[in-house]
Design a protein around this ligand. Structure first.
Ligand code: GTP
Ligand code: NAG
Ligand code: NAG
Length: 445
């Protein structure tokens, strides 16, 4: 049986030093959250004679996502996994979600900076995540687990035969692996693999599971079929949202508060270059997301147009829903005129050549351009967050068609309380006929 360690992240005395100091800075709201499950304050290993009948086994859920997926889709997969962990915790054991370190992302190409094994704490507020569902960083898992061992990896895949009879149904079955295994056995019989750049990590067992359905269809499998302590779901994006844009979705999304140092840099930039402050713009923010409930339409936003202009792979495919630079600039100028804004903030992944052209077409545009030192500090992920934060505070925003980067900005603006008319806008392709605008997803509190 697993060690019955009764995981109480907040009060755990067995945690490492860094973890405890981290928790010293927790909010009161968070403490309240954890006392709800505070009946398990002692560890079986310390008090062998204590009654442990009511104890729940401590178990760890780890996950990873298909390597080519970007930062913002990965943020979406986190929501699905958090939902699964909530289901698991409702039904039995004391599951903890282990945060997959960031790194080796296709888009994070800034040269000469080290961009693997990045903990979530560099991008998000861990205390905020914790107030939604118990999470720990991977290094914390190694420490608690007694080493870089994962008991079992389940590689999620579709069904080899596709949908039978063209009918879609929820199902999950152990099946032979369809794709070539990304794990290989070492001399000791352990499985080695990418494991977020932690080369020393080993898995004891790797199997494939065909799954079709919502994240929580994995719950019975994890509870009944598998009894080991730590389980990793690879290709976790295979699972769908339990309930997209429902209360649980929004709870988790709201808990994904950006790390404070990144928000501060964004706020500083707004004040200095865009004459934008929370006081004047009605965008007051509570670090404790559980208290954040801005009324729809209450946020005014800073006196600038916010733009997310996704380029690179979005233009290589010659998609008809993505504009030329000329087309995009024309639209920006129209919006500025319409809303009487004389500043425009542009977040973009455009390459140097396109940037030059953009600057020629729109000489007054404002961009967040980190110094090499800042880039090294924040990394590509942090800079993307700062860009998103500044776009989220604009009086009016326009993004790029079906970009998850733009979608995350929509959600951030929804949390801040913007009128949907100022948020759910996207560029149209120059010759796109029906240019459907993004859907408004209202927060369920
Ligand atoms: N700083 C910054 N980075 C951007 C911007 N747009 C795209 N990127 C970078 O390009 C990556 C790809 O965009 P993502 O949206 O995260 O990738 P994705 O999750 O595959 O989503 P799509 O946009 O739908 O492709 C981002 O993670 C950023 O690293 C931008 O406006 N500013
Ligand atoms: C789980 O166990 C049940 C009952 O033994 C079995 O029918 C089912 O196929 C198993 N599912 C998986 C995914 O292993
Ligand atoms: C900044 O905004 C305030 C109020 O919205 C305005 O009074 C002030 O003139 C602006 N400052 C600049 C430098 O534009």
């Amino acid at each position: 049986m697993a060690h019955v360690a009764l995981h109480i992240p907040l009060l755990s005395l067995t945690s490492t030093h860094s973890f405890s100091t981290f928790f010293l800075s927790t909010f009161a709201a968070f403490a309240a959250f954890e006392t709800a499950s505070g009946d398990n304050v002692f560890s079986a290993s310390h008090t062998p004679t204590a009654p442990v009948a009511a104890a729940r086994d401590l178990r760890y859920l780890l996950y990873d996502v298909n390597p080519p997926e970007g930062f913002n889709l990965r943020r979406d997969v986190y929501i699905r996994m958090a939902s699964l962990v909530k289901t698991l915790r409702k039904n039995g054991d004391d599951w903890v979600l282990v945060l997959p370190p960031w790194g080796r992302l296709y888009h994070w190409q800034s040269p000469n900076i080290h961009q693997i094994r990045i903990p979530w704490g560099e991008f998000f507020s861990l205390t905020s995540l914790q107030a939604n569902v118990p999470v720990i960083e991977y290094e914390e898992f190694i420490a608690e687990n007694g080493g870089p061992f994962i008991d079992q990896v389940l590689i999620l895949q579709n069904y080899a035969e596709g949908w039978t009879d063209g009918k879609w149904e929820e199902k999950v079955d152990e099946r032979p692996c369809i794709e070539k295994l990304m794990y290989s056995k070492d001399k000791q019989g352990y499985y080695r693999g990418w494991f977020w750049g932690y080369e020393e990590t080993r898995a004891r067992k790797v199997t494939c599971i065909s799954a079709q359905g919502h994240a929580s269809i994995m719950a019975p499998v994890l509870q009944k079929n598998i009894t080991v302590t730590s389980v990793m779901l690879d290709r976790a994006e295979t699972l769908l949202h339990d309930h997209y844009a429902g209360k649980d979705y929004w709870d988790t999304r709201r808990s994904m508060v950006f790390a404070k140092h990144l928000r501060l840099i964004g706020d500083d930039f707004r004040a200095k270059h865009l004459n934008s402050t929370d006081d004047r713009d009605n965008t007051g923010y509570s670090e404790d997301w559980t208290r954040m409930k801005a009324k729809l339409g209450s946020a005014k936003g800073g006196p600038y147009l916010g733009v997310h202009l996704r380029r690179k792979d979005f233009i290589w495919g010659h998609r008809e829903d993505v504009p030329t630079l000329k087309g995009a600039v024309k639209k920006m100028q129209q919006l500025m005129k319409k809303h009487k804004l004389n500043k425009v903030f542009v977040a973009t992944d455009a390459d140097d050549e396109e940037l030059k052209e953009l600057k020629k077409l729109l000489p007054d545009m404002v961009r967040f351009e980190p110094s090499p030192e800042d880039l090294e500090l924040f990394k590509d992920g942090g800079v993307a967050i700062i860009d998103q934060w500044i776009c989220a505070h604009a009086r009016v925003f326009i993004g790029t068609s079906v970009s998850t980067f733009s979608f995350r900005i929509h959600e951030e603006r929804e949390i801040l309380g913007f009128d949907p008319k100022t948020t759910y806008n996207r560029f149209c392709g120059d010759s796109e006929k029906e240019c459907e605008q993004p859907t408004h997803w209202k927060i369920v509190y």
